[in-house]
Design a binder for this molecule. Structure first.
Ligand SMILES: Cc1cc2nc3c(=O)[nH]c(=O)nc-3n(C[C@H](O)[C@H](O)[C@H](O)COP(=O)(O)OP(=O)(O)OC[C@H]3O[C@@H](n4cnc5c(N)ncnc54)[C@H](O)[C@@H]3O)c2cc1C
Length: 401
């Protein structure tokens, strides 16, 4: 049991939370860790890990019992993503993206849509993807160009998406498109696009620095026809939905970053105890101890913020939307910046061996980088946090100095 585990009561974790963490940790160490190096080296989507997650019920974590899920909430999912990502960030992303792609249906879907799509996502039989980014619109998602035009009882989609996780392996794509031009983000709507929709195709797959087993690809819509009933919510509500989704999904990326940092600390710390130079373990060197202390302290501080964000998602409407927005962005920002710093230091602690692919900290450092970029870059997180804080300050009475 680690120091982190002994402090669990401070987070208000239930028995269920603890059981889920133990279960995810067991799956991570027994099945995922032995595969992590090869998943990275071969860059192939880890179908075997997906099947293990199905067998072990991990895909049920993002879903309520009504739809075949565990009904255990956001914090439990965050803890599972953290445990899996400690050993393999690609595999942690399997869970995080299942949540990302399903959230629009959970938040805005009709009962019929939920009945149709969620049970097979909860079992893992289907995988989900979230299509927001386009070549010309990344951080500025309101600038998207993909269009959706109503034609009788269908919508016809034209355009394309880029950098979409699970491209080619997903069965269900939630796609954002403009149903009205010249009204900015108010013209955006969200749609469920099944992988076999006519006119839908997947383009090239990107070769990446890290998370190499995860597919990242282009989506094309060429007069792609979907039933009109596949719209999520009303026309024009898609941008608001996309932002509501990100408030609840960014903690998943934060958990991925936190897990990578935790895995790097564990590996580098043990290395310090075993590696000898100048006749004694390098763990005796105070300069390295200080590095390790900073790595652990910053990771633990980041975990506090992330678990707080998880509690807030689980508290539902008790937490005002702006508060959730800020905590979610702050958790994403700190956990992923910590992931990059900690993994860079872990490479340094291993010296030359840290730079060699045989040692997992090299992979962890490459994997950490993407967590600072996707689901809103960390510059965008800072914009979100600052705007949110400034709005609050406009409404509060000044301190009477
Ligand atoms: C591996 C991978 C997986 C991904 N998965 C998905 C997915 O599943 N679904 C999806 O929709 N998207 C996905 N993305 C896209 C990702 O979310 C975008 O790449 C990201 O939001 C940034 O957009 P961009 O790449 O166009 O960069 P840009 O928006 O062009 O940004 C370039 C730089 O400018 C900075 N910048 C931009 N605007 C501002 C501003 N106002 N203030 C300060 N700085 C600013 C950015 O922080 C960045 O440093 C993925 C990307 C990658 C690489």
């Amino acid at each position: 049991m680690s120091a982190v585990d002994t402090a669990t009561n401070f987070w208000g974790l239930s028995e269920t939370h603890l059981e889920i963490r133990e279960h995810a940790r067991g799956v991570a160490r027994q099945f995922v860790a032995p595969r992590a190096h090869d998943i990275d080296a071969n860059g192939e989507f880890p179908q075997d890990i997906r099947e293990i997650f199905m067998e072990q019920g991990l895909f049920g974590l993002p879903f309520s019992e009504e739809y075949g899920g565990t009904g255990t909430g956001a914090l439990a999912l965050i803890m599972a993503i953290e445990e899996i990502s400690k050993v393999c960030a690609t595999s942690g992303l399997l869970l995080a993206v299942q949540e990302l792609g399903s959230l629009p249906i959970k938040l805005a879907g009709t009962d019929a849509q939920k009945d149709a799509w969620l049970p097979r996502l909860a079992s893992g039989e289907w995988l989900a993807a979230y299509g927001l980014t386009e070549p010309e619109s990344g951080s500025d998602s309101a600038g998207m160009r993909t269009t959706a035009v109503r034609d009788g009882d269908e919508y016809v989609l034209n355009g394309g998406k880029r950098f979409i996780t699970n491209a080619g392996v997903a069965d269900v794509y939630v796609v954002f498109a403009k149903t009205q031009q010249d009204v900015g983000h108010k013209g955006i709507s969200a749609f469920i696009v099944p992988a076999d929709a006519p006119g839908f195709s997947v383009g090239k797959f990107e070769k990446k620095m890290g998370i190499k087993g995860s597919t990242t690809g282009e989506l094309f819509f060429d007069d792609c026809r979907i039933p009109a009933e596949n719209i999520l919510g009303d026309e024009g509500t898609g941008f608001t939905l996309a932002m509501q989704v990100l408030d609840r999904s960014r903690p998943g990326v934060a958990a991925q970053g936190l897990g990578i940092a935790g895995g790097a600390i564990e590996y580098a710390g043990k290395y310090l105890l075993e590696r000898e130079q100048f006749g004694k373990p390098i763990a005796h060197q105070q300069g390295l101890q200080w590095m390790l202390a900073d790595m652990e302290t910053r990771t633990s501080a980041a975990r506090e913020l992330l678990y707080r964000a998880g509690h807030m998602i689980d508290a539902g409407s008790e937490v005002p939307q702006p508060t959730l927005t800020r905590y979610s962005a702050m958790a994403k920002l700190i956990c992923t910046d910590v992931a990059m710093d900690v993994t860079t230091d872990a490479v340094q602690l291993l010296g030359g061996y840290g730079y060699i692919q045989e040692y997992p900290v090299e992979r962890m450092m490459r994997d950490a980088k993407i967590t600072q970029i996707y689901e809103g870059t960390n510059q965008v997180q800072r914009l979100v946090i600052a705007r949110n804080l400034l709005e609050e300050l406009k409404r509060t009475e000044p301190i009477p100095f």
